[in-house]
Ligand binder design. Sequence first.
Ligand code: F6R
Length: 363
Amino acid sequence: DKAGHKHFMAKEIAEQPGVIGQALSHYMSDTGEILLPGEGVDFTQIDRITMVACGTAAYACLTAKYWFEQIARIPVEVDVASEFRYREPPIPGRTLALFVSQSGETADTLAALRYCEGKAQTILSVVNVPESSIARESDLTLPIYAGVEVGVASTKAFTCQLTVLFMLALKAAQQRGALSDEAFADHVSALRGLPSVINAALEKNGEIRDAAQKLSHAQDVLFLGRGRMFPMAHEAALKLKEISYIHAEAYASGELKHGPIALIDENMPVVVLAPYDTLFDKTVSNMQEVMARKGKVILISDSEGLAEASEGVWATIEMPRISEALGPILYAIPSQLLAYHTAVAKGTDVDQPRNLAKSVTVE
Ligand code: F6R
């Protein structure tokens, strides 16, 4: 049932304020304590986290790496499962192995988990399907409470994965004494505001559809982001390619001049993900390098960012303000909607893109 939407993907995008609220209420008490199921995890006994997943779930891991490293001060390694399993990496003691999967059945991720069995201190999984193989074979499972996801392109599962991973990073930071009480409380209050901020982002649908109309004529699109927005640039590019069949690539903004800038001309739209945060000026200077070469820029930022940097850009999408840490969860929304409306404009099969399956149970 698409609940009045044209596609499951549209419905699932629209459900995000509600399901993120669900995920928050499962892991956060009224007093702002982060609660993990069962025995939880003792992060004082962990020196390192190895995160393994595929596709969109791997981009959730890459985003979480910023949180675990910057907020909880735990070194994190992220790998796509198909590479991890055949590299046979050494797993030092006091490693937490963390697997992220919507379906909980992805063959490569499950094989990577089995590789870690008996080698890692603890096997933790973040899944949407609690009765899945990956959940069953983990020491501890954190369900994301996104509800059934039908659209092949993952949307609400991704933002719920991020929400749960962020709470896990906060828990880790607290246990390890890496955060002041005040900083912890600030993160909790930002988390509580997340559903309404996501709602405000969904209200930008019209602006995003206009930008998508322009993108729908492109052959290739480049996505740029810095810091926490770098994995999001990858996720935005993946969403666009899988449902609109437009070739898209993501680069860290700072890498632009090390090669990809050679691609820039008036036919290559560049989507820049740049909330007005500590990295904003750096990203904008990369964006200006694009515009100096006639590149057409779609700038996704907030009111402050757009006031400072929207001159001469091709299109803008205005997001609400959000704490720096939670930026990626919010910027997932325009990334998803941009892909969605581009695909609708092109007339592709949004919910069942060619060659793709919802659950990849073969390698
Ligand atoms: C992209 C997408 C895929 C999955 C990947 C992993 O929109 O849905 O990239 O994220 O196949 O699937 P799960 O999370 O079920 O392990």
